[in-house]
Design a protein around this ligand. Structure first.
Ligand SMILES: [Zn+2]
Ligand SMILES: [Zn+2]
Length: 284
């Protein structure tokens, strides 16, 4: 048995060929944990060989549309197939506040469809099982099963409230998923000695002059600068850094190399993966 980490989407709100919206899948034996569900997540999970009925739980980092726009698709897709698989509703874990409010309302626009399907085939409504948790600056365990546990900690994506990073512990090691955040002490502490750190990446320092005075300057200000991220990964002694949520999305190998070079400039000399959809790292 191994633990695998698969990028189900490396994109951002601006569409880019081949890049689904943000998401990470961590598998350990029969445990399959999905983190965020951006655009196209259902397709990427299918391509990764994971049926919606096989998901153990789904965790949301924050409510920016690019991270949750695929969530109704995951929930309804599982529900529609449940007369075959009988696995029941999906388990969703979300920070209290905006994420839980979003999840409570996200199926409202589908009320007519849900009613029609229940008259026809489905025996019960979709009703995902919502588990909410308070997020603070100290990491705390929010889920565990079969030797796998998940911790959450608040991150810095202001002005977005209720944004978290997650750490997954398995018998093979630890995987940290940053969600969206500036480079921050909370993720650095969470990542200490991590086997894999999946971190969002923005070439803010390199493109500082090019975006000055444009709306991108504000966008870049609440994301993780790749040079500073290299410093974080070095200090935390991360064993493998996987970059995702790439801003701006590279469209060739030279563009990808720029991300890796920024991380080197920041001082990290371990393995760096500039993410593409469905890239997978293995532990154990
Ligand atoms: Zn995002
Ligand atoms: Zn965001």
């Amino acid at each position: 048995m191994t633990t695998t980490v698969t990028l189900t989407g490396t994109g951002v709100p601006i569409p880019s060929p081949g890049r689904a919206g943000p998401g990470v899948l961590v598998r350990h034996g029969a445990v399959a944990l999905q983190f965020d569900a951006g655009r196209g997540t259902v397709l990427r999970l299918t391509e990764a060989g994971v049926g919606l009925h096989e998901l153990t739980a789904l965790f949301v980092t924050h409510v920016h549309s690019d991270h949750v726009i695929g969530l109704p698709d995951v929930v309804l897709g599982r529900w529609i197939q449940d007369h075959v698989w009988k696995t029941g509703p999906l388990e969703l874990h979300l920070p209290e506040g905006e994420p839980s409010r979003f999840a409570e309302r996200m199926l409202d626009p589908y009320a007519a469809d849900i009613a029609l399907r229940m008259e026809h085939v489905q025996e019960a409504p979709p009703e995902p099982r919502l588990h909410t948790f308070a997020c603070g600056s100290q990491a705390r365990e929010i889920w565990s099963r079969d030797g796998v546990s998940v911790e959450a900690v608040a991150v810095h994506h202001e002005p977005v409230p209720d944004a978290v990073a997650y750490r997954v512990r398995t018998p093979h090691g630890t995987v940290v998923i940053s969600g969206d955040t500036r480079v921050c002490d909370e993720v650095e502490k969470l990542s200490r000695g991590a086997d894999v750190l999946v971190h969002e990446a923005c070439r803010a320092a390199a493109l500082h002059a090019a975006v000055a005075g444009t709306p991108f300057e504000k966008i870049f200000s609440y994301h993780a600068d790749t040079v500073a991220l290299g410093g974080l990964a070095r200090r935390a002694e991360v064993k493998h850094l996987m970059l995702t949520h790439l801003i701006p999305a590279p469209d060739d190998e030279a563009g990808e190399a720029d991300f890796a070079n920024d991380v080197r400039l920041g001082g990290y000399d371990g393995p760096v993966t500039v993410g593409r959809d469905l890239m997978t790292a293995s532990l154990g």
